[in-house]
Write a protein that binds this ligand. Structure first.
Ligand code: MTE
Length: 327
């Protein structure tokens, strides 16, 4: 486990007694549930520190698609991560010196278990799964990515949300010294996203810690990011430091930036156009020969599918909801 020296700990990271007790409760619950929390067990093995280190104990998921995956190069050089710049190559170029350890996640709001958790403790009770998912960006391109992550539903169960918790809100790290894009006003910082509790406890969403069996690269949202495969990519928030349970639908970063263009639901839907472009078709990055930026221009367009093809798992969440109004 990463043990912080007193000098490394910022005041914001010091947990209150109440949080500390909640954290103990969480660890005990985790130990009882999985039998995996052995005292003194070496934890760094779960998510090694080194870049490109292999993740151990990853099991395949029944939710994976068998479509051809994009190359590691496509996945790690063509990114959206405004904290590191607004062009597709910026995250790869500008995030290499970012140090995503030590890292902790604060869990707050309407839940029985809250507190501040070291990344390793947060991930440890859960099974690392490989989930090969389609990612459809609101900009009408897509990729197929072999993520490694833990089930968000399992994580949420451990924190025991109260009946009053209708939404889960996620926040990215706010640190303009380490995330140079936050010195510009491209978005309001920190990046905020959210899901309804029903969406968050659906079996599909994961909190990803890796890609292609290796530790998550910085440009893809290290050390922990959300993946919600039936929604436009902007819902899949990177560099998460906070999960908050609330009864209020949150204002998300893209909703605040352009409310008429980016809604809270953001379900992939070929019939609901973005005000400035159609969503009926998408470019599959790397679909033709070549990779990275080159392939973008060569890639053929393909039809976009409602809920990005995950309708059998999620369509019931939206029964009776007007998807045109609730975009
Ligand atoms: N998370 C944060 N914190 N900042 C961002 O700018 N961009 C989003 C999402 N998560 C973004 C973010 C968008 S628009 C997309 S399409 C996906 O991340 C891209 O994920 P990828 O670069 O790993 O493919």
């Amino acid at each position: 486990m990463l043990i912080k020296k007193a000098a490394d700990i910022r005041p914001s990271e010091i947990t209150s007694k109440e949080n500390y007790l909640n954290r103990r409760q969480f660890m005990q619950a985790a130990a009882m549930a999985g039998g995996t929390m052995v005292a003194g067990e070496a934890l760094p093995a779960i998510i090694p520190d080194e870049r490109r280190a292999k993740l151990e104990g990853v099991v395949p998921s029944r939710f994976s698609t068998d479509e051809t995956t994009n190359s590691y190069e496509d996945i790690t050089t063509y990114n959206n991560y405004y904290e590191f710049g607004v062009r597709k190559e910026d995250p790869y170029r500008n995030s290499q010196r970012f140090e995503p350890r030590p890292w902790s996640i604060e869990v707050s709001g309407n839940a029985e278990v809250t507190g501040s958790f070291a990344l390793e403790d947060f991930v440890k009770p859960h099974t690392l799964e490989e989930r090969i998912y389609r990612l459809r960006c609101v900009e009408a391109w897509s990729m197929v990515i072999p993520w490694v992550g833990i089930s968000l539903a399992d994580v949420i169960k451990k924190f025991k949300p109260l009946a009053s918790a209708k939404y889960v809100v996620f926040e990215t790290l706010l640190d303009p010294d380490r995330m140079p894009g936050q010195r510009s006003r491209s978005l309001r910082w920190p990046y905020v996203e959210g899901l309804t509790i029903a969406e968050a406890t659906n079996p599909l969403p994961i909190l990803a810690v890796g890609v292609y069996g290796e530790v998550l690269p910085n440009q893809n949202g290290a050390p922990l990011r959300l993946i919600v495969p039936w929604k436009y990519g902007f819902k899949s928030i990177k560099g998460i430091v906070r999960m908050h349970f609330t009864d209020q639908q949150p204002r998300t970063s893209w909703d605040l930036a352009a409310p008429h263009e980016y809604g809270f639901y953001a379900n992939v839907n070929p019939k609901v156009a973005h005000p400035r472009w159609s969503q009926a078709r998408e470019r599959r990055i790397g679909a033709e020969q070549g990779s990275g930026l080159q392939s973008l221009f060569a890639a053929k367009k393909q039809a976009t599918v409602l809920f990005n093809g995950y309708g059998e798992h999620v369509a019931h969440l939206y029964t009776g909801l007007d998807l045109k109004k609730n975009y």
